[in-house]
Design a protein around this ligand. Sequence first.
Ligand code: JFZ
Length: 448
Amino acid sequence: MATILIGVVATSHSQEFKDGTIDTGDKYENASLEHYESPEIIKKRLAWWEDARFGMFIHWGLYAHDGCHWNGQYGRSEHMMLKLQIPIAEYKKIADAFNPVKFNADEWVSIAKNAGMKYMVITAKHHDGYAMFNSPSNAYNIVERSKWKRDPVKELAEACEKQGLKFGVYYSLGRDWHDPNCNSIKGRRSNTWDYPNEEGKVLEKYIEGKVKPQLKELMTQYNPAIMWFDTPEHVTKTQSLEILKLIHGINPDCIVNQRVGNRLGDYAVREQKIPETGQPDPWESCMTLNHTWGYNKIDREYKSVETLIYNLVDIASKGGNFLLNVGPTGEGVIPDLSVDRLQRMGNWLKVNGQAVYGTSVAHIKDFKWGKTTQRKTKDGTTLYLTIFEWPKDGLMTLEENLDIKEVSMLISPDYPVSYKKNGTSTTFNLPDVAQDPIATVLKIKLNE
Ligand code: JFZ
């Protein structure tokens, strides 16, 4: 967990932001979470998750059918139904046609595993309200309403179990464009074209009639290790607490993210960005590979593998987790450009994963060549210095008086790295050029 504590900004009133969302906690970067349980319970629940560091987010739903297009119009993102104000009667036709014949759960899980990811979170229900799982309580679901009739959430849960990844589900809480009672942000984020009477909507009816039954199904059918909520918006604190208790009543080990609303949940979420420093709460940064969460056939601008590895190590150095998104196609295929990036991240992690998994924040003064992490065991502390900018002539001076037992590079463990102590600083003599074109990790075991 992050050990740096920074100023806590507490605001009790909810506030509306420019983009129309309502504050439910995660925009106040430095605000702390509240818990209904003891810190020990939460720490124990998060133990595997804090070691994992890297997970796969999957946005997959009807919007992927034609890559965020509908009837020749561009729907921009997984928000296509709202953006184009597609009537439910029309959107249902996508459901009828959805037929991801190439879907293979084991393949998706292998892609995640080869990338070095330790967990997976898939959209069980996004804002369009369509359940991508078998939902006996609500017929608007993939098993009932698609040619395909399979349950990808079940298949992925099983494949994760088989291949040793933790499995989680995403559930859109405060937005549901299929439910007549889900109101959101004065109509700007809800379905007002099918259900124009925004004032007549009763969120409670939606929570009781759809959310709770579906959460019970998700919990009992797939036993997820994580419930990843989104857009809590008008959900009250009482409702957030009821939802948490419903989940923990079925599985007390299930991790819940902050977007269960009202500053509750086990960990904080940062979206599409990395904070400047460590955070008071356990945290996760979720990010897209290109610009869109759901599969968008014209969005081909991808982050480079260098940027992605930098982001992962940067996040780890601040005590956080990286949840990196893929948007599979309507056929059920993770796009090649995504697989390529993930595979190369995995190759780097095979050599350098020690610097990421199970590490914590290290406090090295003025480390300007990259990012640092550390691992503390009963045998002492090991520092990992991930170098992205190679020091000139291979000479790297840390303003630290280090009591060193052993020092080596993970990529070339036999290369004799020498060092010289000079009062309060230590200078390492590294090769003239970087050993890894992306990042070279220097591992320093300290005497303690
Ligand atoms: C939400 C969704 O609307 C989006 O489609 C995607 O699923 C993403 C992971 O989550 O978008 C948000 C939610 C919260 C913020 C921004 C976008 N926020 O608090 O800044």
